[in-house]
Design a protein around this ligand. Structure first.
Ligand SMILES: Nc1ncnc2c1ncn2[C@@H]1O[C@H](COP(=O)(O)OP(=O)(O)OP(=O)(O)O)[C@@H](O)[C@H]1O
Length: 314
């Protein structure tokens, strides 16, 4: 397989199921070389969008393309895009090896990929076990192995961390980062935001079928803040507010301040220069869960968010 870099382009995509508008005029880009988190509460339209990308659902209007082509236009689709939708989509009586062999044959991929992938996903010793006896983590790994049979440049993963223990999640994170580092395009959906925070460089957020925000996570989350604890908090607040780089100083309780626009060293130096005491100093990046609540509760209010209409540009 070549090192082709294939972006996903979703443009004015709408899908109606009878009276339900599952996806409503959504546009975004998913870049190769990074992991993109696809976020939204249950029913937001994530699965529908991913199913449209893999040709399983036909859009009502708009387009969803991979490397400029719709799924149905791809000559060997499983060599371009690998998708993971349902961790339980195995025949329980088939062994892991049989399962992969069937999909290898269907996709026209060499049988040698089966042994390679069983080894790579730590399933070699379970190759002859029926998948009905597999744990959730083993099913998720077998699902990923199936998606990678054709060595695709694009991976679409719908809730792949469901049912994984912390060790499994950590493995998945490293695995997806490795795929992205190879220039692949990785879109991973979840409504478990704290997990996506560990995975994603970029995020796309849907709510009720509509795009809420998209772009690099660091830009959406905004700059970090510095938490300062000081018995001289009142005086320190005045000193910090007068620093040229400070954008905001908020008192957040007795003897505590939150400072935006400075780093921890700058706060400590400014305090020292005025003989003021600092008992606590820590840097906080915006938590994705807070960001998500903010985004979904009050769409236009988020400072630093990407423009919503053509979000996705890096
Ligand atoms: N085949 C269908 N027929 C009717 N309605 C559907 C169909 N598929 C999805 N929907 C509806 O479309 C909306 C979006 O569903 P979708 O599964 O895409 O959301 P989601 O963000 O993936 O949610 P979840 O995290 O729960 O999977 C929901 O209201 C859902 O009930």
């Amino acid at each position: 397989m070549t090192n082709t870099r294939l972006a996903i382009e979703v443009s004015h995509l709408t899908k109606r199921f009878g009276p339900v508008i599952a996806v409503n005029d959504v546009s975004f880009t998913v870049q190769p070389g990074v992991v993109t988190g696809f976020l939204g509460p249950n029913g937001a339209g994530k699965t529908t969008t991913m199913r449209i990308l893999t040709g399983l659902v036909t859009p009502t209007t708009g387009t969803a393309t991979i490397g400029g082509q719709r799924y149905v236009q791809l000559k060997r689709p499983s060599s371009v895009v690998g998708a993971v939708f349902d961790a339980n989509a195995f025949h329980p009586g088939h062994t892991a090896r049989d399962h992969l062999r069937v999909y290898a044959a269907l996709g026209g991929h060499p049988d040698s990929r089966v042994a390679d992938l069983l080894g790579r996903f730590g399933l070699a010793s379970a190759a002859n076990r029926r998948t009905g006896t597999f744990s959730t983590g083993m099913r998720q790994r077998l699902n990923l192995a199936t998606a990678l049979l054709g060595d695709p440049r694009v991976l679409l993963l719908d809730e792949p961390s469901n049912g994984l223990d912390p060790e499994g999640i950590s493995w998945l994170r490293d695995f997806l980062r490795g795929l992205a580092a190879e220039g692949r395009t990785v879109l991973i959906s979840s409504h478990v935001l704290s997990e996506i925070e560990q995975f994603a460089d970029d995020v796309v957020v849907l709510q009720n079928g509509e795009l809420i925000a998209a772009g690099p996570w660091s830009r959406l989350a905004g700059p970090p803040s510095i938490l300062v604890g000081s018995p001289d908090a009142d005086l320190l607040a005045g000193v910090l507010a007068a620093q040229p780089s400070t954008s905001r100083v908020e008192p957040i309780g007795p003897g505590r301040l939150r400072v935006y626009g400075m780093d921890a060293a700058g706060v400590a130096d400014a305090a020292a220069a005025h003989g003021l005491r600092v008992h606590e100093l820590s840097t906080h990046s915006s938590n994705l869960e807070q960001l998500f609540l903010q985004l979904t509760a009050d769409k236009p209010a988020l400072a630093g968010a990407a423009p919503l209409a053509q979000a996705g540009a890096r």
